[in-house]
Write a protein of this length. Structure first.
Lengths: 366, 122
């Protein structure tokens, strides 16, 4: 992620023309904010439509007679049980059940799946899948696409006006409306919305129409982060890592009972052992009292001054109107009664354990 | 008659009668984005040039603001406790950060004037 050359988004020129301020993220030069600023961008997404360029993320097509079998080995997932168009949030686990990456996998056909991987892990994910694929009759095909997220209460209407009919598509479903297009009703803001992978030329055409709609505004990575944090969603590399298992991360909801019991996925043994032991620490929402933000890396202490946890994501929540954070605390303390303090440059900031999400999800579940 | 100086850390320093009012420039507030918290210094604190005087926090990150010269804090802009966005809307006016009594006015000669600062930020 550091030292190597920074990659440029295919639509870099459009972001420059829109006045974006750039920063490096996961090896990419990404628009952090536009002239409206992070507060306005965040609120606009909650109220209208936010448009995000997420082309740093990778679409990987997995196809062939053994595609479902491969994905069910790589992830704690029964890929064969997914209905066509159905998407599932899942993980690549290592043998210790640590989370190599979190993914969304959508079934496109009897023998075809779309995997959406995080930018910083995409190369690793692809290599991992290829290694596991030895002996499986399937093809792993990373796609060259522009990838856009269109998020917010008017996302559906804005797409419809732009001529993109999504029909009866509901949350966590995806399909291919045109050649080389992939559209899913999903996102990472807590709002209703869509993610669209498409060829660059098509993307430029679509954006001309979308950006002519006054409800639609470019949103940078800074607001993407505050939106996902308010929504209680994990950022891989911060809130979940290859040293954290889904039990401690509080993400067991993503693994069905059947798969927990007898799935033959990588890390199954370690995950079952972790479930047996129970979690040593738990991921929780954190709400600092007062206005001072508590950031990733801050240590958490109990009233007696014992180190009991750490903050993994933190910042200001524009919709909440106060600082918000998430992190890990030792399991016995992971309840609303616990009084915690975060160390911020030597000051002990009182922090409450708060239910997540901080802002209600407004997904379109049909 | 007040004289305004600048630093290459994007601060402005308005000096009048041995007292300096310090803030960040408009360019700096633009770079930082929307501020949500300003950690103000205690009155009476003695600072050496280069010490962290104030921490300004945007939605995304915390950034240090350094003392441009030696001196003692005599006032901090309490209005920023409830309205940190004043730094965005009025960086060189109501969004000032602190006032300090200068220990050595000679240090001011090492700072930039407005033309020098404008050349710096292009």
């Amino acid at each position: 992620m550091t030292g190597a050359t920074t990659r440029t988004l295919p639509l870099d020129d459009l972001h420059r023309a829109a006045g974006a301020r750039f920063g490096a993220f996961a090896g990419w030069s990404m628009p952090l904010t536009y002239p409206a600023g992070v507060m306005a961008e965040h609120q606009h997404t909650r109220e209208h439509v936010g448009l995000f360029d997420i082309s740093h993320m990778k679409l990987i097509e997995v196809s062939g007679p053994d595609a479902a079998a491969l994905l069910s080995k790589a992830c704690p997932l029964d890929a064969a049980a997914l209905g066509e168009r159905q998407s599932k949030y899942t993980f690549l686990l290592n043998e210790q059940a640590g989370i190599i990456d979190d993914l969304i996998i959508t079934r496109l056909g009897a023998e075809r799946f779309m995997v959406v991987a995080n930018a910083g892990n995409a190369a690793l994910d692809e290599a991992h899948l290829r290694e596991l694929a030895a002996g499986f009759n399937c093809t792993i095909n990373p796609l060259d696409r522009v990838f856009l997220a269109i998020q917010g209460p008017d996302a559906w209407a804005a797409l419809a006006r732009a001529g993109i009919e999504t029909g009866e598509l509901v949350f966590m479903h995806g399909f291919e409306p045109r050649k080389d297009w992939f559209v899913s009703r999903s996102g990472y803001t807590g709002e209703d919305g869509f993610e669209i992978g498409l060829p660059e030329a098509d993307a430029r055409k679509l954006l001309e129409t979308l950006l002519a709609d006054e409800r639609v505004m470019w949103i940078g990575l800074a607001a993407r982060d505050s939106l996902r944090l308010e929504a209680g969603l994990c950022l891989h590399g911060q809130d979940i890592t290859d040293e954290i298992n889904p039990v401690n991360a509080g993400l067991m909801w993503a693994i069905t009972k059947g798969v927990r019991a007898d799935g033959q996925f990588v890390g199954a043994e370690a995950l079952r052992a972790a479930l047996e032991r129970g979690s040593s620490e738990k991921r929780v929402g954190l709400k600092p009292q007062g206005r001072q933000p508590v950031r990733a890396g801050a240590q958490l202490f109990d009233e007696a001054g014992n180190a009991v946890g750490r903050v993994t994501s933190g910042g200001f929540g524009p919709s909440v109107g106060s600082p918000v954070a998430m992190g890990y605390v030792s399991a016995p303390l992971a309840n609303a009664e616990t009084k915690l303090f975060a160390d911020v440059r030597g000051t002990k900031v009182p922090v409450d354990i708060h239910p997540m999400p901080f802002t209600q999800h407004r997904y379109r579940k049909g | 008659m007040a004289t305004t100086y600048f630093t290459d850390d994007h601060e402005w320093i308005r000096v009048e009668g041995g007292v300096a009012t310090v803030g960040i420039t408009d360019y700096a507030q633009e770079q930082l984005g929307d501020l949500v918290f300003v950690e103000l210094p205690e009155k009476g604190r003695k600072l050496a040039k280069g010490d962290v005087a104030v921490v300004v926090e945007s939605v995304k990150a915390a950034s240090d603001v350094y003392a441009p010269v030696d001196g003692e804090i005599i006032d901090a802009n309490e209005a920023l406790s409830s309205d940190p966005a004043l730094v965005n809307s009025a960086a060189t006016g109501d969004g000032w950060l602190w006032k300090m009594k200068l220990a050595d006015e000679g240090q001011l000669t090492g700072l930039l004037d407005e033309a020098g600062y404008k050349a710096l930020i292009g």
